[in-house]
Unconditional design. Structure first.
Length: 535
């Protein structure tokens, strides 16, 4: 009896590097050679073998979503997601002839749906395809700061971008941007410039993974425009707001659900964050970890499968009365509103900034923001080497764009907002303003802290029960902040103070450790018109 030989079990194929160049509006390349799919072979053999043949056709890419299947790039730059067995079967049928074998015999019907569905969610198959890192209908700047063109854009590691929109435009004008910034009641020019820096950060959200600051938007009053400034920063980009809660696991849960439910979000805002009375400041270990991780791993019970993502999201905190922690302040981009009078009486000449001006002018604002970057690129991308921030690459880049376009004062309020928004630093600044240039013992500083009502801020809770404990606790805090600078204001002056420590012998034969706040600079605050007249 003559029996037909079974096709030999294939060895796992060596992975070929995926095609580097996107298709140029041509029909997919059809692989005429029949691919043998042996049902007895392991997935480690079948999946890469088919995946590599499909990848060689040049019009299939890996979707950026976790276990998100494939992306089929069509003629003309459109795309379709391949996420079902039926869709994958049609893709295979058009590109690769397949003969299925079972028990050594040819079998009709093609690859079983169970195998097709599984392939779309496993690395064995998906790793064969060049990933598309971002799918966007909004133009982005690639790693070299050139604008995306419609279709696939090769931007380097993590920057393969599929742009589905029209050719982007940029303009030289700054008219719409300045009109908006001029009607918002920022406390300083630095806050005004930082609001523009926030908009540029969202525009360049695919840059600086693990190195973008938290946008910290604060105000002295409710309904003063915090959300309006953040809407300006987001502009065309989708924004998602979540509520702040003192329990970090709850915040992480809400954050992950926001990312999964709206993957197009470029800005996630902790809106109107408040303290519940038991907290000293707004803090989140999860948020600190997220903004510093280039590829954060997100996992929380009740949010589905854990996943890892490239960090292209900008985060923000808006608050009226809350104080952010030192860690958040260190990683923040601060902007502060200080409206005078009843905010309900405001009648800006541009109409309602949030409900009228921004929606009407969003395309113009987007083009003006892109124009800022384009002009900076044409000038050779000069960096701001003077600015200081823990996220140095972000700060030098954004600072360079702002400075070239005529905006000064970027991060000029960074140290001052850290002092005002951090309860410990704020308490230390109050002490320094009360007793500048005076060397005092820790126990003397502790008594002064009690008198001024800042003891709860500058003395750890465990040390607040006794005089000896207060002296020990404030000594620990002073030691940790020695050689730092603090900016604060009295009723008449703006002060910049430095904290110094000295161990030695003092008058009267005493010895030990003492601290003092030395005055680094003093600036007289301008008088209001009424005060000037009274003077």
């Amino acid at each position: 009896m003559i029996t037909k030989a079974k096709p030999p079990k294939a060895k796992p194929p060596k992975a070929k590097p995926p095609k580097a160049k996107p298709p140029e509006n041509e029909a997919p390349k059809v692989e005429k050679k029949v691919l043998d799919w042996n049902m007895e072979d392991l997935p480690e053999i079948n999946y890469p073998k088919l995946g590599q043949r499909l990848a060689d056709c040049g019009d299939l890419y890996r979707s950026p979503d976790y276990a998100g299947g494939l992306l089929l790039v069509l003629n003309g730059g459109d795309h379709r997601k391949v996420t079902t067995a039926l869709a994958l079967a049609r893709v295979i049928e058009d590109r690769v002839p397949v003969q299925v074998y079972k028990d050594g015999k040819p079998k009709g019907g093609g690859i079983p749906n169970t195998q097709l569905n599984r392939m779309l969610g496993v690395e064995l198959f998906l790793n064969c395809f060049r990933p598309v890192d971002i799918i966007t209908s909004l133009p982005l700047f690639l790693a070299n700061f050139t604008l995306t063109r419609p279709g696939i854009n090769e931007g380097g590691e993590g920057q393969w971008i599929f742009y589905t929109g029209d050719s982007p435009t940029s303009v030289d004008s700054m008219e719409a941007v300045n009109k908006f910034l001029n009607v918002m009641e920022f406390d300083t020019d630095a806050s005004r410039t930082n609001a523009l820096a926030a908009a540029l950060t969202v525009l360049l959200r695919n840059h600086f993974p693990g190195g973008k600051p938290i946008l910290i938007m604060t105000s002295t009053k409710s309904q003063s425009g915090k959300d309006t400034v953040l809407a300006f920063a987001a502009n065309e980009v989708e924004s998602t707001s979540i509520s702040y809660g003192g329990k970090d696991w709850a915040l992480e849960h809400k954050f992950i659900r926001a990312v999964k439910n709206n993957p197009a979000s470029g800005l996630i805002v902790l809106e109107n964050a408040r303290l519940d009375g038991r907290e000293k400041f707004i803090a989140s270990a999860f948020l600190e970890r997220f903004v510093t991780d280039p590829r954060p791993f997100l996992s929380s019970p009740g949010t589905g499968e854990p996943f890892r993502m490239r960090n292209t999201i900008v985060t923000a905190i808006s608050t009226n009365y809350g104080i952010v922690s030192e860690d958040e302040a260190n990683r923040g981009l601060p902007s502060h509103l200080n409206p005078v009078g009843d905010v309900a009486d405001r009648k800006p000449d541009i109409g309602n900034p949030k409900e009228e001006f921004l929606p009407k002018n969003k395309y113009q604002i987007a083009a003006e923001l892109r124009g800022m970057v384009v002009r900076w690129v044409e000038a050779g991308m000069p960096m701001d080497e003077d600015v200081r921030h823990p996220f140095s690459l972000w700060a030098k880049t954004i600072g360079g764009i702002l400075k070239f376009n005529g905006f000064k004062d970027f991060l000029a309020n960074y140290r001052q907002r850290k002092t005002l928004d951090d309860p410990v630093r704020r308490g230390l600044a109050i002490l320094g303003a009360a007793k500048p240039e005076v060397w005092l013992k820790p126990e003397e500083w502790a008594r002064l802290a009690v008198q001024l009502g800042v003891d709860k801020a500058v003395i750890p809770v465990a040390d607040q029960g006794s005089g000896a404990g207060q002296a020990r606790g404030i000594g620990v805090v002073f030691h940790a902040h020695r050689d730092e600078t603090f900016e604060t204001e009295t009723e008449t002056h703006k002060l910049r103070l430095g904290l110094e420590k000295r161990r030695g012998r003092w008058g009267g034969g005493s010895s030990g450790v003492r601290y003092r706040f030395t005055s680094l600079s003093t600036e007289e605050l301008p008088l209001d018109d009424a005060e000037e007249g009274a003077k």
